[in-house]
Ligand binder design. Structure first.
Ligand code: ZN
Length: 344
């Protein structure tokens, strides 16, 4: 089958595969979402490679895996940082839902991983040298000095091909300290990150320097919005359950939310600057459910858990004649949506 050879090799050299997985997963650890260096990242098997054949059979059924699913294929691999690799079994949101979301992302990325792997042309002199630069351990002082001095030549070479090719992603964590903790359980801290390329960084500067916008003032209401949208949607999904019986759900409580703003674009329409924000989220929510008892007599208490992921967008308009900071921000709209629910 096409692409079958792109797979993890036990005891073999997986360095190219690791590099490509890191690129395709957005240079971040799939568990904590943090950007990590190549040297601090490993390849993780989503379904552990140590599963017994009976467990694998169960997993195939539970996660609706296709017959061609390969434990060592890109559909089961993701980059994980050393820290998460040590502690991943302690993650509270790492249940079946998180597994399902990760497997669906891996399945979606699989063709891109295979294609990038093939284009890399392993074994050529250039590909070996590029790989070696990426593998460089920059905690070593000498390596770091050499890298700082000479790596910009590669960036310049890229810019000569096309200046957009020298684009890169930067990460910035946003602390929303005015979020209302009363609304949220103690353990819940929304994790908000800006992961932007050049255009997004430029948009951010215009927003701050020209429109006088405070980043937190802009994001806080939209993250609140998103929390409410996710809570409503999850509650509706639980209430749409009719098997084995009709279900009523309490408002869903959120225990994990990661929001990443991935692009900010900007255009001028007559005398208005319009900014379009696009981002992704993943979240874990729990709701109390009440179902009619199966014997038709009374009711039954249950707990519903939902792991959800997707993308969202909103816009912010600034009329050029307006005061600094006077932006007109639209509501959040959810675009892609994947959810996995468990009722126990
Ligand atoms: Zn991590």
């Amino acid at each position: 089958m096409a692409g079958k050879e792109v797979r993890y090799r036990n005891g073999g050299d997986n360095s190219v595969l690791k590099m490509i997985l890191i690129e395709q997963w957005g240079y971040c650890c799939y568990v904590c979402g943090r950007p990590k260096d190549y040297t601090d990242t490993q390849i993780d098997h989503l379904i552990p490679q140590s599963v017994s054949s009976a467990e694998l059979k169960d997993a195939r059924a539970q996660y609706s895996l296709t017959s061609s699913f390969d434990l060592h294929g890109p559909e089961n691999l993701a980059p994980i940082c050393s820290n998460c690799n040590r502690t991943k079994s302690n993650q509270t949101f790492q249940g079946a839902g998180f597994m399902l979301l990760s497997l669906s992302k891996a399945a979606k990325l699989r063709p891109r991983v295979i294609s990038a792997y093939k284009k890399f042309g392993s074994g050529t002199r250039l590909s070996n040298q590029l790989l070696r630069s990426i593998e460089a351990d920059l905690t070593q002082r000498e390596a770091r000095e050499a890298f700082e001095m000479h790596a910009p030549a590669i960036v310049q070479k890229l810019a000569l091909l096309d200046e957009d090719k020298a684009d890169y992603v930067t990460y910035r964590q946003v602390i929303l300290d005015d979020m209302h903790p009363d609304d949220l359980p103690d353990i819940f801290i929304p994790d908000v990150v800006l992961s932007l390329r050049t255009r997004g960084r430029t948009a951010m500067s215009i927003l701050q320097d020209v429109c006088g916008c405070q980043l937190t003032d802009l994001l806080e209401p939209r993250v609140h919005d998103l929390i409410e949208l996710l809570q409503d949607r999850v509650r509706q999904e639980f209430e749409s359950i009719t098997e084995p019986s009709r279900t009523n759900a309490s408002p869903a409580e959120m225990f994990h939310l990661r929001v990443t703003i991935e692009t900010i674009d900007y255009h001028r329409h007559a005398s208005v600057l319009e900014f379009t924000f696009q981002g992704s989220f993943d979240a874990y929510l729990v709701a109390s459910l009440v179902q009619d008892a199966l014997d038709g007599d009374g009711i039954q208490d249950r707990q519903g858990e939902a792991a959800v992921a997707g993308t969202f967008s909103f816009t912010a308009d600034w009329p050029i004649s307006a005061e600094q900071g006077a932006l007109d921000i639209s509501d959040c709209t959810i675009e892609d949506w994947v959810s996995h629910r468990d009722v126990t």
